[in-house]
Design a protein around this ligand. Structure first.
Ligand code: PLP
Length: 279
């Protein structure tokens, strides 16, 4: 039987009951993370757990566990579920309390849930590349928090899917922000460009791994704002995320990018990323 983590304990999934007045259920009042598991090993686990605690702090949720004990329980879960290739999803909500917009006055413990899911590496898409659709970014101004509130992201992704596209590429006016659940990179004249991590994007762990790989391997990279026009005129485009790694974008709306095949620097980074994972 499949096990999950519920408030720090590993138990049977069927034994878990979430209250209808859980603030995550009613308000999306909580935060989450997705961690990749390769060969039964958690990839960049400290980075993800650090970001979880940062997101929690930004919305004043106190996590009543030590980082180390949290990581150990996640690793134990991967073992008992015998997960090889997949993800861990984890979320914390502000807990359960009679519905009111303001925070509960008394001390209410957060509700913490984590589960595993098998998920293959999307090899075909990574080899061939995928399409992106430009979508106006209508989200709030704290996109730096990995919040459970994902309506803007969901609507953008759905729009992309309905156009046969893999991902929405969001923009605020002329400026590209990010995907619905990924960060966006372009290549122009052999230089990589990605938007600086401000309040308008989620600073992806994969994004940070890629920036580090560039610095270690002599690939020039700038963190700079770029526009829709820069994107459409780019030599290469790719997106990055925990589940998609380095995913080539070969078409945006009707514009074919880099002759419809993943570009040279994109390929190089895919290769370096594989080395980093150690597969
Ligand atoms: C999670 C997420 C990303 C990608 O972050 P990774 O840590 O690389 O998975 C990018 N944008 C948004 C909006 C996200 O929620």
């Amino acid at each position: 039987m499949e096990k999950i983590i519920f408030n720090g304990e590993i138990i049977e999934r069927s034994k878990v009951n979430i209250d209808i007045e859980d603030r995550g259920y009613q308000f999306g009042d909580g935060i989450y993370e997705v961690i990749r598991v390769y060969n039964g090993t958690l990839f960049t686990k400290e980075e993800h757990v650090n970001r979880l605690y940062e997101s929690a702090e930004k919305i004043s949720i106190h996590i009543p566990y030590e980082k180390l004990e949290l990581i150990q329980t996640l690793e134990e879960l991967v073992q008992v579920n015998q997960l090889k290739t997949g993800i861990i999803y984890l979320q914390l909500t502000r807990g359960s309390f009679p519905r009111q917009h303001g925070f509960p006055k008394s001390e209410v413990p957060p509700v913490y849930v984590a589960y595993t899911r098998e998920m293959p590496i999307p090899k075909v898409s990574m080899d061939d590349g995928v399409k992106g659709l430009l979508v106006e970014d209508v989200r709030w101004l704290r996109c730096d928090i990995k919040s459970l509130n994902l309506l803007g992201n969901i609507l953008a992704k759905q729009k992309a899917a309905e156009s046969g596209c893999f991902e929405a590429i969001q923009h605020r006016g002329e400026e590209i922000t990010e995907g619905s659940s990924s960060n966006v990179f372009i290549v122009k004249d052999h230089c990589l460009i990605t938007r600086p991590a401000t309040n308008l994007i989620l600073n992806g762990i994969t994004r940070q791994v890629i920036i580090k790989l560039c610095q270690e391997n002599g690939i020039s990279i700038r963190e700079e704002i770029f526009t829709i026009n820069d994107l459409l005129e780019a030599d290469e485009v790719f997106i990055s995320s925990t589940t998609s790694e380095v995913m080539p974008i070969i078409q945006v709306n009707d514009k074919v990018i880099s002759s419809g095949t993943p570009g040279e620097i994109t390929r190089k980074l895919q290769h370096l990323f594989q080395q980093k994972i150690g597969l």
